[in-house]
Design a protein around this ligand. Structure first.
Ligand code: F6R
Length: 606
């Protein structure tokens, strides 16, 4: 995810900002940039695709030494990773320089308005419109600060902005809404960053900017105001983190941090796409006609992304009314199936680089199918290969085992199915409303993490596990088993509960526990019967069940309750306890849960 670092003081700002950007590298990025005032009071910006080393080389070559400086690492959201799309962005006159984290939801409207007013854009980013918008207000006679506040009043979405003005060489302006910014308080110098880990080398005294606050930072003074330019109180806090802890946001592992990002990734996936009952998936607009005549959807993916696809299969069939099938990409690429006209392929991939998924996609293209992508990493190979698609915008996933990407994939698949739905059904409107309540419900599940920790401690004594679910929760059972295998190296199998009698029941014994995903839904009675069959063979059962389910406590040994929701959305809640279960067992057994043995984050080999 993008990172911001700023410096106001007498030292060489480029050195300090580069060090700060390095501290943010763990977040993942694809390009970097910096703007500084030189000793001659001119302003210079340097941007590079690639890593901070590339940026540093370019700065050294130009012997760039300056004081007030802003830097940025970009993780592409709007527009591919490139030097042009890297931050900072500026207006035509090169007066206003902006770096930005977040997404400006109304950037298309702003851009159209500004282009009509003669502003020429050079990048594909949403951020660039901010520099032009401020310049537009200045051109109408406003001073810089008034122009900044007028621009903020017009911007919708989420932002952390750091901005400098060529005519105010000692000052950094910063503003935030739903994207973090923290000011570092120094001696005759001050700092700014999107994450405290970029500040720790320089200072431990910080002020967290609040939503809808604007800060003005020079080397000797910091002020904060609200959006009406009224001063707001500042509270200086002491950072207690070490660098490693700061990068993980005080979580002991990236995996846990990313599980706890669940509510945010679901919100981000919906941001600018779903609000109240209005659903807009701009990424599909170009191919909308072809999608309207689609006769079959073929989903291609691997691992966790494949399990998200399996949930998608139910959603597309039940909600959109589109016949759907899901394939392991590694199998699909070697099949010789006939394709009927109107077949569309959808590749799902967090990394966008998985070799098998890419090869399956190429095969779909050779067969002249329309190809769609559901990808997290912008500009990745799969994103580039597809005809159209939707990005997750879930931010980089550092833990090797996929957690938050799965939630994001489910959210986007639900929105896609709703947007392609062939008939109007009451459930579709209900799903739209309920999806917007899901982040809060995930928060409620996460509040019970300690209870899951205790359950995991109890179950960590076993060596074999069966995970069971039905319908929408069948893929959740598969994903729960995969997570446990990856993180704890214990034997775990996921099954559709109806299949149990056809084989796996033979394994059940007091030494072989079952994790049953059994929310109260159209198949819970069937699930209860399966649990009874396991209990009759003295198999221990941990149930993931709905709040208020009175029966489950009498048939399962342990129960973890999740809030009630609509059946197609249950996986978004039911998978969280299973992710936590795997995490706590893995850590209880002393494994490196962020980097499980033998596994890679991006599987670029077949
Ligand atoms: C499981 C996991 C893998 C990936 C799979 C596909 O936790 O991380 O199973 O889901 O390698 O990766 P992407 O989604 O990047 O194509």
């Amino acid at each position: 995810m993008c990172g911001i670092v700023g410096y106001a003081g007498n030292r060489n700002g480029a050195d300090i900002v580069l060090a700060g950007l390095r501290a943010l590298e763990y977040r993942g990025y694809d390009s970097a940039g910096l703007v500084t005032f030189t000793s001659q009071k001119t302003i210079e910006a340097v941007k590079r695709k690639g890593n901070v080393d590339e940026l540093e080389k370019a700065i050294k070559k130009r012997k760039l030494i300056g004081a007030t400086t802003l830097g940025h690492t970009r993780w592409a959201t709007h527009g591919e990773p490139s030097e042009t799309n890297a931050h900072p962005h500026t207006d035509a006159a090169g007066r206003v320089f902006v770096v930005h984290n977040g997404i400006i939801e109304n950037h298309k409207e702003l851009r159209a308005y500004l282009e009509a007013r003669g502003h020429v854009f050079v990048s594909e980013t949403d951020t660039e419109c901010v520099a032009h918008l401020i310049a537009e207000f200045i051109s109408r006679g406003a001073d810089f600060e008034s122009a900044l506040f007028s621009a903020l009043a017009k911007i919708e979405g989420s932002y952390a902005f750091a901005i400098i003005d060529r005519e105010n060489p000692d000052t950094i302006y910063a503003a935030r809404l739903s994207s973090p910014l923290v000011i570092g308080v120094g001696e005759h110098e001050n700092f700014l960053a999107s994450d405290p880990s970029a500040l720790i080398e320089s200072t431990k005294r910080v002020i967290y900017l609040k939503d809808r606050e604007v800060a003005t930072i020079t080397k000797s003074k910091i002020t904060t105001t609200d959006l009406n330019r009224r001063l707001t109180p500042m509270n200086i806090e002491e950072l207690e983190w070490d660098l490693e802890a700061a990068q993980k946001g005080n979580f002991p592992h990236f995996m846990l941090k990313e599980i706890f990002e669940g509510p945010e990734v679901v919100r981000t996936a919906m941001r600018g796409r779903l609000k109240k009952n209005v659903l807009k998936l701009g990424g599909l607009d170009l191919v909308r006609d072809k999608l309207d005549s689609m006769r079959r959807l073929v989903i291609l993916a691997c691992g966790t992304s494949y399990y998200a696809g399996l949930v998608g299969e139910y959603i597309f069939e039940e909600i959109a009314g589109i016949p759907t099938e899901v394939h392991f990409a590694s199998e699909f690429r070697y099949r010789n199936e006939p394709f009927e006209p109107g077949t569309v392929a959808l590749a799902i991939s967090q990394s966008g680089e998985t070799a098998d998924t890419l090869a399956a996609l190429k095969k779909a293209k050779e067969a002249k199918l329309l190809t769609l992508g559901l990808v997290n990493v912008v500009g990745s190979s799969i994103a580039r290969e597809t005809d159209a698609g939707i990005y997750n915008h879930a931010g980089p996933e550092v833990g090797v085992a996929s957690t938050k990407a799965f939630l994001s994939q489910l959210t986007v698949l639900t929105m896609m199915a709703l947007s392609l739905a062939r008939k109007k059904q009451k459930i579709n409107r209900e799903l739209m409303d309920e999806l917007q309540r899901i982040p809060e419900k995930i928060e409620a599940v996460l509040k019970q993490a300690e209870a899951m920790k205790r359950l995991a401690a109890k179950y960590s004594a076993y060596e074999n596990f069966l995970f069971l679910g039905r319908r929408y929760n069948y893929p959740v059972a598969l994903e729960g088993a995969l997570k446990l295998k990856e993180i704890s190296y214990l034997h775990a199998e996921g099954y559709g509960a109806g299949e149990m009698k056809h084989g796996p029941l033979a394994m059940i014994s007091p030494e072989f526990p079952t994790i049953a995903v059994v929310p109260k839904n159209s198949v819970s009675e069937k699930m209860y019967s399966n649990i009874e069959e396991i209990r009759a063979r003295k198999g221990p059962v941990l149930a993931i069940a709905s709040e208020g389910d009175k029966k489950i406590a009498s048939i399962a040994d342990d129960v973890f309750y999740i809030p009630k929701t609509l059946e197609p959305l249950e996986p978004l809640l039911a998978v969280i306890p299973l992710q936590l279960f795997a995490y706590y067992i893995g850590t209880a057994l002393g494994y490196n849960v962020d980097r499980p043995r033998n596994l890679a984050k991006s599987v670029t080999v077949e």
